[in-house]
Write a new protein. Structure first.
Length: 159
């Protein structure tokens, strides 16, 4: 049996609502603090992460029966935000190359002046990166080969 073919995902976010879709695709992505960089001259914040391919978790065969023909999968991806005016971090040592970070969500709210926005990358353990952007302009793209992982991320249920 031939291995499954993975189509790389490529997304662009241009408004607050688009960030919600981007956030869902990047939920549980892992990275290290040193995989993030702010390029002030270019007004760009960029990061490389390993996203969990949630879109592969509920594959169905032709009879619509759920299958698990492939292991759980992660894929290297690049993410960058343009028009970044300011970056603030909280609870993250940006020099720490060893401690893994897990991205939980990307939250977006309109800034006081349109089309600006405040984007917050929320990490497990309470860390966060807040981006003050002149407008929402983000791109994400799978940049490497998918690789198998043993377990899917699990979340504690909130009661």
């Amino acid at each position: 049996m031939a291995p499954p073919r993975f189509m790389p995902l490529k997304l662009r976010a241009e408004d607050v609502e688009d960030i919600t879709v981007l956030s869902a695709c990047l939920q549980d992505a892992t990275l290290h603090a040193t995989d993030m960089t702010f390029q002030p001259r270019q007004r760009r914040f960029a990061l490389v992460l390993n996203r969990f391919r949630w879109e592969d978790e509920h594959l169905a065969d032709r009879q619509r029966l759920l299958i698990r023909a492939v292991p759980h999968v992660r894929v290297p991806a690049g993410l960058h935000f343009e028009g970044v005016l300011k970056v603030q971090t909280n609870g993250i040592d940006r020099q720490d190359a060893k401690t893994p970070l897990e991205l939980l969500s990307i939250m977006a709210e309109p800034a006081d002046e349109a089309p600006g926005a405040l984007l917050t990358l929320v990490f497990a353990g309470g860390g966060a990166v807040r981006l003050d952007v002149e407008c929402v302009d983000a791109q994400m793209q799978d940049i490497g080969q998918p690789y198998p992982v043993r377990h899917a991320p699990k979340h504690k249920e909130v009661s």
